[in-house]
Write a protein that binds this ligand. Structure first.
Ligand code: 5GP
Ligand code: ZN
Length: 116
């Protein structure tokens, strides 16, 4: 099976603008930023969706968030930011490899969906 897009980016096979890397995760600039700061943080190991996480992935899952903390500080997001997993069809996930969107530099609204 072909490796997925974000596996190939995390593995350096497809170029990206690297923001952060550790043993567990890789972070890079979103190609189509929705805000002044828009970084994607992905596990280096392929995990398709949040519901595929097991307890043995706890360190990887935690590193997604601790990477967000490091990058938010680096980017000076002292007034806040949003950290989002779009997950599955209803969540608007387009790339089937878990990615944490770190979005900031603009005041955001809530809720992020049309009211019912
Ligand atoms: P999703 O909709 O799955 O939550 O988000 C996928 C994100 O990946 C989108 O924000 C999109 O702009 C970004 N993206 C898609 N393809 C590429 C790519 O080849 N390189 C980078 N850097 N970002 C990508
Ligand atoms: Zn993958």
């Amino acid at each position: 099976m072909e490796p997925c897009l974000f596996c190939r980016i995390a593995g350096g096979e497809i170029p990206s603008e690297k923001v952060y890397e550790d043993e567990f995760v890789y972070a890079f600039e979103d190609i189509n930023p929705q805000a002044p700061v828009h970084v994607l943080i992905v596990p280096k190991r392929h995990i398709a969706r949040v519901e595929d996480l097991c307890h043995s992935d706890a360190e990887t899952a935690g590193r997604l968030l601790t990477a967000a903390a490091v990058i938010a500080k680096q980017r000076g997001l002292t007034n806040g930011f949003r950290a989002v997993f779009n997950n599955g069809a209803d969540g608007g996930q387009e790339v089937e490899h878990i990615h944490l969107h770190l979005i900031g530099g603009v005041k955001m609204g809530w809720p992020p969906f049309p009211s019912v």
